[in-house]
Design a protein around this ligand. Structure first.
Ligand SMILES: [Zn+2]
Length: 235
């Protein structure tokens, strides 16, 4: 997008009088992941939103979990972000499932459960700030890595179900390296190439995330459900 396009869309937003447009911060494992998540969040929300850029960067697990409390406090007190989207790769850890959704349940080996716990712990005692009670939560788990989401609909062998069956049998259906090769044509893409491919692949869904929710019901489904719940939490 050229700078003129940016200015034009800003102006268009302003003339619509859409001053209540949501503002989102996105935290993931690379700028390419975050670009893909911005597109997907737009598909789920079905409405334009603003971005709040994060000064702090986290690269991979456990860094995301470690920086999350200070990022949440920063967003709450010093920005007008309405919500924070966080997505991490599951790698070889436990995949979140329905059993983890039971009230009060928390699986210490599940990264999605752990990130939700950080949101809960951090936001619990914060006083209201900047006209809102808290920053809304959008947490997802890419199983086993975001490249699986990027292949959704193009490579039908790549699903959460296939990965979990592999965990059970001890024979993984694919490796994270293979997924990278399938998406980028190399295991070590440059950042511009990674960014371009990530956005190309998620844009294939053209606003319709049903396939992603079907093939990744736990890790992507959790994210989509969080985002859809924002309306209710806000009102
Ligand atoms: Zn879980």
């Amino acid at each position: 997008m050229s700078q003129n396009d940016n200015e034009a869309s800003e102006l268009a937003g302003a003339t619509c009088g859409d001053l209540t447009r949501m503002k989102l911060a996105i935290l993931s494992e690379s700028p390419a992941d975050e670009a893909a998540l911005e597109v997907l969040a737009g598909y789920v929300l079905g409405t334009p939103f603003g971005r709040v850029q994060l000064a702090l960067r986290a690269r991979g697990w456990p860094s995301v979990e470690q920086v999350l409390p200070s990022i949440l406090r920063h967003l709450h007190f010093t920005t007008d972000a309405d919500a924070l989207v966080v997505v991490v790769d599951s790698d070889d850890t436990v995949v979140h499932n329905e059993a983890h959704e039971a009230p009060g349940y928390h699986h210490a080996g599940c990264r999605l459960c752990r990130l939700r716990a950080v949101f809960r712990r951090t936001l619990k005692n914060l006083p209201p700030a900047r006209g809102r009670t808290r920053v809304l939560r959008g947490v997802g788990l890419a199983v086993p890595a975001i490249e699986a989401w990027l292949l959704c609909g193009r490579d039908t062998s790549v699903t959460e179900f296939a990965w979990m069956a592999g965990q059970e049998s001890g024979v993984p259906p694919y490796t994270r390296r293979e997924l990278k090769r399938r998406v980028y044509g190399t295991e070590r893409p440059t950042l511009p190439h990674e960014l371009k491919r990530a956005v190309q692949e998620v844009s294939r869904h053209k606003g319709d995330i049903r396939r992603l929710e079907n093939d990744f019901p736990h890790g992507f489904g959790a994210l989509a459900r969080d985002l859809r719940g924002w309306d209710k939490q806000n009102s």
